[in-house]
Design a binder for this molecule. Structure first.
Ligand SMILES: [Cu+2]
Length: 398
């Protein structure tokens, strides 16, 4: 550090007027400062606690999230090193070469060719290196591996405010459509095609990978894989996802789950999707009510015929008064853990509360807004018996 105060020929110290010499030192309020540092420390601890959570990127369970974490770690620690070096040098120099009372002002020097070159070259090299590595990682994660099991395609559609998952080729050509809970087999690459039929959303499962924007009129791609070596809990294991792009009133309530299953369990789920139903008389009544009140927006009998799905979406997009809103597919509702994009657990009680008045559970949802049996955000125009019959039908209780 002996370089800095060196006096260079031809550049005598420039006198700088000392403006602050006469001013009294400002009084600092110790309490305010203490409160500030206290608040900062509390905030730090609070955010540090978040890293232990269900949506932690520090605990990857698949190769994509793992690669992303690696890149993040390298970027983070390089920058920490730069920060410590630069700030350390700064603090050292400020203290070492400060103006001391009774001594002449230290010489002011401007420009030192060797130093200027050094601190231009080092950051340039760092940024180039990190930038190139980032781009390589991007390319590396672009395509799913072809040598690690059969790739499973899933189309993800973002809706206000839930995600829909379609499996065009789940098994033996069987089509499957579900919502809010994505089921995937372990140790197989999953190729996700991301679409939206209303506004921008963003698909993110912190422990598996992401986030990729879900953009209307576009198809984005993202692949994921759940690695059994990294999952330290028995299967089926659930991981938490979240829409990561502000998409409207209930954006923060737009959660989803990814259930990682063994291949055998996954195939069994595929086989049991939309089973033949033997309905009790009550469920039969529920079926009739469903056709009258709910079928406008929901499907309960397997994936929807594409033209019907399209007309539903078109009517949603072409005007505020359109009644048909694409609602979650309810075919496999009884196999899910949660209701309305992870807001509450799926139970008869919660389902009853949801149908009675969804606004109480998820403010801003389109069901209370558009379904004819809710007038002005109030309770449903349905009797208790009718709601019970609907629940019996939805959960297919026997
Ligand atoms: Cu969203």
């Amino acid at each position: 550090m002996g370089l800095l105060p060196r006096k260079r020929a031809g550049s005598p110290p420039e006198p700088i007027p000392d403006e602050n010499a006469q001013r009294p030192a400002p009084r600092r309020n110790r309490l305010t400062r203490l409160a500030f540092f206290g608040a900062a420390a509390a905030l730090f601890l609070l955010t540090a606690a978040c890293s232990q959570g269900f949506q932690s990127t520090w605990d990857p369970v698949g190769p994509v999230a793992q690669k992303q974490l690696q890149l993040f770690n390298v970027l983070l620690w390089t920058m920490v090193a730069v920060f410590v070096l630069v700030e350390g040098a700064l603090i050292y120099i400020v203290i070492r070469y400060r103006r001391r009372p009774g001594q002449p002002r230290p010489p002011q020097i401007h420009g030192h060719t060797a130093l200027e070159i050094t601190w231009t070259i080092i950051p340039t090299a760092l940024i180039l290196g990190l930038g190139i590595w980032s781009v390589f990682t991007l390319f590396e994660l672009d395509q799913p591996p072809t040598d690690q099991g059969e790739i499973l395609n899933v189309t993800v559609t973002g809706h206000q405010w839930y995600f829909e998952f379609e499996y065009p080729d789940a098994a033996g050509g069987k089509r499957i459509s579900t919502a809010n809970e994505l089921r995937i087999p372990v140790d197989r690459p999953i190729q996700l095609i991301l679409e939206s039929d209303d506004v921008l959303h963003s698909f993110w499962v912190p422990k598996l990978g992401g986030k990729v924007d879900v953009v209307p009129t576009r198809q984005n791609r993202l692949w994921l894989m759940a690695d059994s070596d990294l999952i330290d809990q028995p299967l089926p294991a659930t991981f938490y996802g979240q829409c990561a792009e502000l998409c409207g009133l209930a954006h923060a309530q737009m959660r989803f789950r990814v259930t990682v299953m063994s291949e055998v369990d996954y195939q069994a789920w595929v086989q049991n999707y939309n089973p033949p139903q033997a309905l009790t008389p009550q469920a039969q009544q529920g079926k009739t009510l469903f056709a009258i009140h709910c079928a406008l927006c929901h499907t309960i009998n397997g994936p929807e015929i594409e033209s019907v799905a399209k007309s539903r979406i078109d009517s949603f997009l072409t005007g505020g008064d359109a009644v048909a809103v694409p609602g979650p597919n309810l075919t496999d509702l009884r196999t899910r853990q949660t209701l309305a994009a992870g807001i509450t657990d799926l139970s008869v009680e919660n389902l009853r509360a949801w149908i009675r008045n969804p606004e109480d559970i998820k403010p801003g949802n389109w069901m209370s807004d558009k379904a004819a049996f809710y007038t002005d955000g109030g309770d449903a125009n349905l009797t208790d018996e009718e709601i019970d019959a609907l629940i019996e039908y939805l959960l297919n209780l026997r």
